[in-house]
Ligand binder design. Structure first.
Ligand code: SF4
Length: 423
């Protein structure tokens, strides 16, 4: 365990901690990814614990045909008494025979599959050969060792990048939006880019595996989520270029994010303003409704989802919130540079976690609202703190102009609830 202070590129002091952490593992990403890619199936190769995690994170979901499952490794698999590869092949064959609607199968690694060193990349190659062209089989790891829950999406999207079709040398310049967005948000952004005159726009992940975007040196990509380091690296290896921008949270964040794309695609400034100003004004009004509840309130963000820094920027700049501490599991300085530049200079950042020390700091600061994972929320509520589950901010559509008011409301709601309880 160690704790030390470091100065980040934006000039802020960053407290770096490497102690016990309270986070979900990368398997959690399946909960939103299986809804997004509609012909994909996620087969976790893991234990009963993994199966329970997915079921409880997914909540009560009633599907006639769910799009995720766990191939449970029993003790005899773990003890090497049976060939885990044979078992896996048998389960996959059974699944695909029963479910001809599956076009893309992800084998998702877990702690147990890593412990027994089951080579899922080799298994994916073998099974892809067997079931191609009807089904493509890919693999990634959702293991909880040294990861946090949004890294599951990063690993999943990174596994898709090598199979994206190549844009030829004469391909026109195109825009790729990277990061899972709710369909309603994706549709809004499609309409906005079309109104701006940017016509070649695609999204990763796509809604269907048959609609994989083409990529190459003519592709400029814009991150919609701040936790996609591996995916960004893989795209750059394919020649794609990142458009530097903050993230589309809140009215300001959405405007600056869109403007970065508009500049890249030479959209006229007056046209940009004509398209975005009415939307921005409406978003500002929607956010303004929550200022009375949030301005001057003190908020402490524990490290969990990796979207803490863009959220903190939104809360401070658009709602006048006082940021006590902004925790993030990892601080990717390059992808977050535009965000760090917008944070109040006095904002205290922490990277990583030493959960007991951080809880002590939180209790001492006595903030009005704590944003944290499920494991910390209940005990903190019992101690009298108002809390917001950070995982909810990943499941809920919060990006873009139309959602800016809803995003503000997500923070106002627990304060209103707590005020009622106290009254
Ligand atoms: Fe637990 Fe690891 Fe399975 Fe995640 S992958 S549920 S951390 S055993």
């Amino acid at each position: 365990m160690n704790t030390r202070l470091q100065s980040c590129s934006a000039g802020d002091n960053v407290l770096r901690e490497r102690g016990q952490r309270e986070v979900f593992c990368g398997l959690t990403g399946i909960v939103w990814l299986h809804r997004k890619i509609q012909d994909a199936f996620f087969l976790v190769v893991g234990s009963r614990t993994c199966a329970h995690l997915i079921q409880s994170a997914a909540g009560v979901m009633i599907f006639a045909e769910p799009r995720f499952a766990t191939a449970i490794m029993e003790e005899r698999d773990l003890a090497g008494l049976v060939d885990a590869n044979d078992e896996l092949d048998r389960i996959v064959a059974q699944l695909l025979a029963r479910r001809p609607d599956i076009k893309l199968l992800f084998l998702v690694g877990s702690c147990p599959s890593e412990v027994i060193k089951l080579d899922l990349s080799r298994a994916a190659l073998r099974l892809s050969r067997q079931f191609s062209p009807a089904v493509r089989v890919l693999n990634y790891s959702g293991s909880g060792i040294e990861t946090t829950f949004t890294q599951g999406e990063d690993a999943c999207l990174a596994s898709l990048v090598p199979v994206l079709p190549e844009a030829g040398p004469k391909a026109p310049s195109s825009l790729l939006i990277v990061g899972a967005l709710a369909d309603v948000v994706e549709d809004q952004f499609r309409r906005l880019f079309a109104a701006l005159g940017i016509s070649l726009v695609s999204f990763l992940p796509p809604r269907r595996s048959t609609e994989l975007p083409t990529v190459g040196p003519s592709t400029h990509y814009l991150l919609a989520q701040p936790f996609l380091h591996e995916t960004a690296h893989a795209l750059e290896q394919r020649g794609c270029k990142r458009i530097v921008a903050p993230f589309p949270l809140g009215s300001e964040g959405t405007t600056v994010w869109l403007r970065a794309a508009a500049i890249q695609f030479s959209v006229d400034g007056a046209h940009f303003n004509a398209v975005t100003t009415p939307l921005r004004e409406r978003a500002d009004r929607a956010i303004g409704r929550y200022r009375p509840q949030l301005t001057g309130k003190r908020i402490f963000l524990f490290p969990d989802s990796q979207i803490e820094i863009p959220l903190a920027r939104f809360l401070a700049r658009e709602l006048g919130v006082d940021l006590v501490e902004i925790g993030t599991p990892y601080l990717h300085r390059e992808h977050l540079a535009a965000e760090l530049a917008l944070l109040p200079p006095e904002a205290r950042l922490s990277e990583g976690q030493d959960v007991e020390r951080q809880l002590d700091r939180c209790r001492q600061a006595a903030p009005d609202l704590v944003v944290c994972g499920l494991g910390l929320a209940n005990p903190l509520e019992a101690e009298g703190f108002a809390t917001k589950w950070s995982i909810e901010l990943i499941f809920t559509p919060i990006q873009g102009y139309e959602q800016a008011g809803d995003l503000a409301e997500l923070f106002a709601r627990p304060l209103v609830r707590r005020a009622r309880l106290v009254a």
